[in-house]
Design a protein around this ligand. Structure first.
Ligand code: FAD
Ligand code: SIN
Length: 529
């Protein structure tokens, strides 16, 4: 018998919203089930918690689904799956109403009952629901509090999923395009006891978030090491669109700091203006939409402006904005700039620089969140649904996670009972030793990996840089595989293994993409889409 009915790897918006739906469903039917949610550190340490700007949905009478659909397609350079875009945009209001039902607060207009809808780059209308500039923390709080009301959900903190359990563990050979592969749960390291436990489950949901840690500069917290994508790829899941790495144009410039604090795109939506280091505006030289062009355009423009003058950063100027209103909307950003950099935003510009922010690709799923491995679902940032195409529109990520969390839940309850867990699944085999140099090697290889990805697989790529990245990656892959084979499983060694694997996928897919589209820009490519 499996230990759990459902295993959910990840406690961000995707994992928690999916778990909540399952728990509610079985609770209403008075059916006992066990839903395990595992998270590699604390429950709330997720990309979700750091989301600032908000969540996009058509909410006002002036706006329309059609406009949100077109904005999403334009941002994605029309590489998006239009059907998926239509699904996500039209289901958005219902899913967000559920978030509100779970107790999530969104800001309302002053003295009114209407939600205060912000605007961000690439959006043709005001449609971003937000809670100050800490929307993600508010959503995460509400979801965790709601989850706590259901005894069927057990949260295992400091549990690290090492590998998915599939037919390979029954001694069978399965290829990537076979249709009979099945997931039975995961091998999970309890990082407090250093023991690997089998978490067997009829259905497994991957909700493991992003990959930012592979870059020197990223807005992502350190948990973002691409584990779900790497585990799924090893288990023979199909991954897609990994070359589309989104760089947020405006992370705060704080040399040596990782992760980078974000200056939300909503700041530009509020009226913030980009200026170069000389204080001059420059977006008019790049795009008619100026500071509110989609992110790929703004990030490349800033990159080009910095290279032109050899500058380390540009600025956002909010000195002309109504200060009291600014502080009301952006209390966290104002306080951070003041406390860490001593900036007074009434007179000082904010120094900003692009930083890795989001993985548009990931584990390929269909419109029900199903991967090509039976009983393995994926949602949130680790999944590639087709919504984003070549570039994600601002504030569509939290939205995608709840829409696909819901759709995956519907498919799960339809299918899960048919799943059979074989008795013959082996325990984790760990007869290796602890390598004395392990930690030193891990930090050296990690630094090397970050430098390869940042220098050769950044905003602007070339054939030579990509080839160099692949050559160097192969060397560190070999070095690290040896370390992995010799050592007892541990969090740092496994995370680095995953980071190397997702980097490999990114470089491979970037080399294969011969036209410049969305976030993929290779100056040797002659063709643009
Ligand atoms: P996450 O929230 O990242 O959760 C991942 C979970 O998986 C964590 O619990 C982690 O512990 C767990 N996990 C990972 N690997 C393992 C493993 N091996 N074993 C066990 N557990 C594991 N998007 C928007 O739409 N609007 C915004 O305003 C916005 N602002 C952002 C601001 C910042 C600074 C950042 C970093 C992102 C922002 N995004 C925004 C993007 C958005 O926040 C994320 O894409 C989204 O929250 C991802 O949610 P998720 O549930 O997929 O993953
Ligand atoms: C931001 O607040 O700029 C982040 C929004 C997003 O990533 O969608």
């Amino acid at each position: 018998m499996p230990q759990f009915d459902f295993l959910v790897i990840g406690s961000g918006i995707a994992g928690l919203s999916y778990s909540l739906k399952l728990a509610q469903y079985f609770d209403e039917r008075k059916q006992d089930v066990r839903i395990a949610v595992i998270t590699k550190v604390r429950a709330d340490e997720t990309n979700t918690k750091y989301a600032q700007g908000g969540i996009a949905a058509v909410w006002s009478e002036d706006d329309s689904f059609q406009k949100h659909i077109e904005d999403t397609m334009v941002a994605g350079d029309f590489l998006n799956d239009r059907k998926v875009v239509e699904i996500v945009v039209t289901e958005a209001p219902q899913r967000i109403s559920e978030l509100i039902g779970y107790g999530t607060r969104f800001d309302k207009e002053h003295q009114g009952n209407e939600y205060d809808l912000a605007k961000e780059g690439g959006h043709s209308d005001h449609r971003i629901l937000h809670f100050k500039d800490v929307t993600g923390a508010e959503i995460e709080r509400a979801l965790l509090e709601s989850v706590a009301r259901f005894p069927s959900i057990e949260i295992f903190t400091h549990y690290f999923a090492v590998d998915l359990i599939t037919m390979h563990h029954l001694g069978q050979t399965v290829h990537r395009y076979d249709t009979h592969n099945q997931c039975f749960g995961a091998y999970v390291l309890n990082t407090k006891t250093d023991e690997v436990e089998r978490f067997l489950a009829k259905t497994t949901m991957l909700a493991t978030g992003g990959v930012g840690s592979i870059y020197q500069s990223t807005t992502n917290p350190t948990i973002a090491t691409g584990d779900g994508i790497a585990m799924a790829y090893r288990a023979k899941a199909i991954c897609k669109d990994m070359e589309f790495i989104q760089f947020h144009p405006t992370a705060l410039y704080e040399p040596g700091k990782k992760p980078n604090f974000l200056i939300s795109e909503a700041v530009r939506g509020f009226g913030g203006i980009l200026r170069n280091k000389k204080g001059a505006t420059f977006m008019e030289n790049y795009d008619a939409r100026l500071s509110l062009a989609p992110r790929d355009v703004v990030a490349r423009s800033i990159d080009s402006e910095m290279k032109k003058y050899g500058d380390q950063h540009v600025y956002i100027d909010v000195t002309h904005c109504d200060y009291d209103k600014f502080v009301d909307h952006f209390p966290n950003i104002t306080a951070y700039c003041k406390d860490k950099l001593g900036l007074d935003l009434r007179k000082d510009y904010i120094p900003v620089v692009p930083a890795q922010h989001y993985m548009c690709g990931g584990v390929r799923v269909n419109e029900h969140g199903q991967t090509n491995i039976n009983y393995l679902y994926a949602a949130g940032e680790c999944a590639c649904t087709g919504l984003h195409g070549a570039n994600r529109l601002a504030s569509n990520s939290l939205l995608e996670a709840i829409v696909f969390g819901h759709r995956a839940y519907l498919k799960t309850i339809e299918n899960y009972e048919a799943a059979k867990i074989p008795d013959a699944i082996p325990e984790w085999n760990d007869d290796k030793t602890t390598h004395p140099e392990e930690l030193v090697l891990v930090s050296e290889i990690t630094r090397e990996l970050e430098s390869i990805m940042s220098n050769y697989v950044g905003i602007v790529r070339t054939n030579r840089r990509l080839a160099r990245a692949m050559g160097r990656l192969e060397l560190i892959y070999k070095e690290h595989e040896e370390l992995y084979r010799q050592s007892n499983v541990s969090l740092p060694v496994s995370e680095l293994r995953n980071m190397i694997e997702v980097s490999y996928l990114i470089i491979k897919m970037a080399m294969a993409r011969r036209e410049n589209v969305g976030l993929h820009y290779n100056s040797d490519n002659v063709a643009s889409k």
